[in-house]
Structures are given as structure tokens and as C-alpha cells.
Design a protein around this ligand. Structure first.
Ligand code: AQP
Length: 334
């Protein structure tokens, strides 16, 4: 039996892009052989900013399809929707009574997302990290795959677990360990190398969607911002050329290579040459996933069954853990 448990989530806030794939899902595929895995469509996180109700279910099914199309086995792992298991929000309330205002005030992602409009964003966007802590700890997950942007939230999860354990004189919650995915896996916008590739970027040309056609992939990469200098084999030089570095990193990531080895291979070549190979590589690695997503989305009964099984499995786990939490804090779950 695998004794370490992973929990990770993806928001159904739009169609998934190669950033979501290279930064998260591709790693999930590897983890499924080493860990007991729960992969969650975090729809309740998505609604911290307004989402169109008429596409929520469709997007949720599409994330599940993307998981399966990328190679996550729905028979070996629990794939489910966060809103199907109300225990997450119940534990999140308890955690919002454990977490301190000062801790949440320090969350940089809130500051980034709220920007200058702090007074007008939802309360949910501010308390988001307590729900994330509950997502993880409602299953006593021991490991959480995190990119750079989520590291601080996982630290907060550990602080909440630690404070809960101290406050109630218990060792009930584990302090979940990060599975760091590395900086290189942060895919940046194709239009602006200083911004991360994101579902909510207004420009469709900023990202490659998993379901893009060959023509779309080709057009987007041809139009991707670069500079006029040839590729140099000096890593430090490329790191300062943000858009150039991003394209090389995408190539390296898709091929499971180091950036330095790609630089050696293409040193002296210009970007029009490199882009042709990059288009070919994306088509080779991503198009089959896109085709499989479209195929799976033709069989919604199958996807809904995966979601139902996921709900059942996760509810069994969450129910017994929440009962114990209630007992620890002096409540009774009848
Ligand atoms: N650009 C990225 N590079 C590497 N990893 C990324 N992830 C997202 N964008 C990149 C990782 O994908 C997983 C799921 O992300 P999410 O959908 O839950 O939230 P997000 O990080 O907010 O993703 P987006 O695409 O930027 O969505 P919106 O625009 O709706 O906020 C996470 O593991 C994330 O790190």
C-alpha cells in the first residue's frame, strides 16, 4: 500500500493550457505510481472571482477529461469536484477560526490578485488559503505538489495544522510537505515573458490550449514574442531575455531536457528556425491530448461516472476525518 497521500487541485476557470499541463498535470501522471493521489477540480476556489454559471459544469468535466487524456488513470486515483464534498468547506470554517488575520494579510497572491481594488474583491479571495488548507488536511494529505506561486499557501497550511495541533493538544494533522516542481516549470505568457501563462489572460495568443488545433498552435508560436538575436548557449544571457527563455523552457520541459542542453543544440540558430521545431514538438506532445479530451467530452456519462466515484471515495475519507476533528474540538457529528 502507498502510505503517502497527495492532494492537488485545478480550477475550472477556463480551458487548460500548456502551463497547467507542464506545471501540474504532467507531474501528477508521474506521482500516481508513487503516491495515493486525490486530484480535485477546485470549483469553489474558482468562484472567488466571478464565473459564468452556464459553463461551470462543462469546465469541470473538461478538467477531468484533461486529467484522463494526459494519462491519469481514473481507476487508480480519486478524481472529483471540490463542491461534491461539503467537508472541505466545513473544515475551512474551523480553520478560519484557527488562522490569524495577520497570517492571511501576508499572502502575496491575494495582494497580486486584488491589486489596487482590495476593497472590492470577494471575501473568498482573501480567505482562499484557509479553504486550500482544508482541501489538503481533510484527507490528511502528506504531500502537495506546488509551484512557486503556491509555496506560501502551503506554508500557511502547515501553520494552521501546527496551531490546531497546539491549540487542541493533539498531533492529529500532519504537516504536509511540498513537492516542489521547480522554477523552470513556470510557463510564461507568449506575449509577455514577465507574466505567467494564465487561463484568464484576455489574449488568446498568450497561451497554447491543450485543445488547440495544429493551425492554432502554429499561428500562436509564430506570433510569440521573441527578440532579434540568435540563440546563445549562455544560460545567464538567455535568462535575461524573458520571452526567448520561455520558449526554450517550454521546449525543454516538453522533451524532459535541461534548458542548457536545448541551448547547446540550438546555439547560433535564430528563432524562426527554432520555432519550427517547437511547433512540431508541441503538435507531437500536446495534440494527442487535445484529441483525447475532445473524444472524452463526447461521452459525458463516462466523465460523470468518474466524478461520482471520486465523490464517493473522497467522501468516505473526509467524513471519518471530519468526525474526528469535531470530536477534538468538542463538537459532535451526528
Ligand atoms: N503558467 C503556468 N506555469 C506553470 N504552472 C501553472 N499552473 C497554472 N498556470 C501555470 C499550475 O496549474 C495548476 C492549476 O492551476 P489553477 O487552474 O488551479 O490556477 P492558476 O494557477 O490560477 O491557473 P491559471 O491558468 O492562471 O488560471 P486563472 O487565470 O483562472 O487564475 C496549479 O498547480 C498551477 O500552479
Amino acid at each position: 500500500m502507498k502510505k503517502n497521500r497527495i492532494l492537488s487541485g485545478v480550477q475550472p476557470s477556463g480551458d487548460l493550457h500548456i502551463g497547467n499541463y507542464l506545471g501540474a498535470i504532467k507531474n501528477f501522471v508521474k506521482f500516481q505510481n508513487q503516491y495515493e493521489c486525490l486530484f480535485c477540480v477546485v470549483d469553489l476556489h474558482a468562484i472567488t472571482v466571478w464565473q459564468n454559471p452556464s459553463v461551470m459544469l462543462h469546465q469541470t468535466r473538461k478538467v477531468i477529461s484533461a486529467f484522463i487524456a494526459s494519462g491519469i488513470d481514473p481507476n487508480k486515483n480519486t478524481l472529483f469536484a471540490q463542491s461534491d464534498v461539503p467537508h472541505h468547506t466545513q473544515l475551512a470554517w474551523i480553520f478560519s477560526c484557527v488562522a490569524r488575520m495577520g497570517w492571511l494579510n501576508r499572502m502575496t497572491q491575494f495582494k497580486d490578485k486584488a491589486g489596487k481594488d482590495k476593497e472590492n474583491v470577494s471575501v473568498g479571495l482573501f480567505t482562499y488559503p484557509t479553504l486550500m488548507a482544508a482541501d489538503i488536511l481533510i484527507y490528511l494529505a502528506t504531500h502537495v505538489p506546488v509551484g512557486e506561486d503556491q509555496k506560501q499557501h502551503l506554508e500557511l497550511t502547515r501553520d494552521i495544522a501546527q496551531k490546531f495541533n497546539n491549540d487542541f493538544n493533539t498531533s492529529f494533522f500532519p504537516l504536509p510537505e511540498p513537492l516542489i516542481l521547480g522554477n523552470g516549470k513556470r510557463v510564461m505568457s507568449l506575449r509577455d515573458g514577465s507574466k505567467k501563462m494564465s487561463k484568464s489572460d484576455p489574449s488568446d495568443y498568450s497561451r497554447i490550449m491543450l485543445t488547440d488545433t495544429i493551425d492554432q498552435i502554429s499561428n500562436k508560436i509564430k506570433k510569440a514574442k521573441t527578440d532579434s538575436h540568435p540563440i546563445s548557449d549562455n544560460l545567464e544571457d538567455i535568462k535575461n531575455r524573458l520571452e526567448a527563455h520561455n520558449l526554450i523552457s517550454i521546449f525543454a520541459s516538453l522533451n524532459d531536457k535541461e534548458v542548457s542542453s536545448v541551448l547547446n543544440e540550438y546555439s547560433g540558430k535564430d528563432f524562426s528556425y527554432f520555432k519550427k521545431d517547437l511547433i512540431e514538438l508541441i503538435v507531437e506532445k500536446i495534440s494527442p491530448i487535445g484529441k483525447e479530451i475532445s473524444k472524452l467530452m463526447q461521452d459525458l456519462n463516462y466523465i460523470d461516472n468518474v466524478l461520482l466515484r471520486g465523490k464517493e471515495n473522497s467522501t468516505i475519507l473526509a467524513d471519518s476525518i471530519l468526525s474526528k476533528v469535531y470530536e477534538i474540538i468538542g463538537l459532535k457529528k451526528r
